[in-house]
Write a protein that binds this ligand. Structure first.
Ligand SMILES: [Cu+2]
Length: 166
């Protein structure tokens, strides 16, 4: 009987001691945090206040320029005028059409449908063909804006005009 009582007391003492030890541990950790309350006070205001204002002002300024770059890449639709080719027929000792209006950079192709040779000769520069034989062609690209009169050097009565616009 006595042995059991002693064992029971020992068990109670051990449990109590363990409980006290556990309690003391908690007391120490809690006590450490409370006495050094300065650390806790320094931690809370430091992160919250300084972090909030700088980003707000920085973000407010950046979104405005950031919005502009987006619409900037929209100017691609640039109408590139494709150079065109225009046909003039030489027939019955005349140029048809006698007057043609084209864009700068366009090309005029003359085709001789007469049984005899003709030329396309600019009155003041421009086209200057050799004799164009029957069914022969002559091409000239007009890179300058202006009105260019031309004639046939073999038959000076044959006259034509090319108007070149921008
Ligand atoms: Cu001619």
């Amino acid at each position: 009987m006595n042995k059991y009582i002693i064992i029971g007391i020992l068990v109670v003492v051990l449990i109590a001691g363990g409980g006290i030890y556990w309690f003391m541990q908690n007391q120490n950790s809690a006590g450490n945090a409370l006495p050094y309350g300065a650390t806790t006070t320094a931690q809370s205001p430091a992160p919250v206040i300084p972090v909030t204002p700088p980003p707000a002002s920085a973000i407010n300024h950046s979104p405005v320029p950031a919005t502009n770059p987006a619409p900037t890449p929209t100017p691609p639709p640039a109408p590139l005028p494709m150079p065109a080719t225009h046909a003039v027929t030489i027939q019955n000792f005349s140029f048809n059409p006698a007057s043609i209006t084209i864009k700068k950079g366009d090309t005029v192709v003359w085709t001789n449908k007469d049984p005899m040779g003709h030329t396309v000769t600019g009155n003041n520069g421009g086209p200057a063909s050799q004799t164009i034989s029957t069914n022969g062609t002559y091409s000239f690209t007009f890179n300058d804006v202006g009105t260019f009169g031309y004639h046939c050097s073999i038959h000076p009565s044959m006259k034509g005009t090319v108007v070149v616009t921008e």
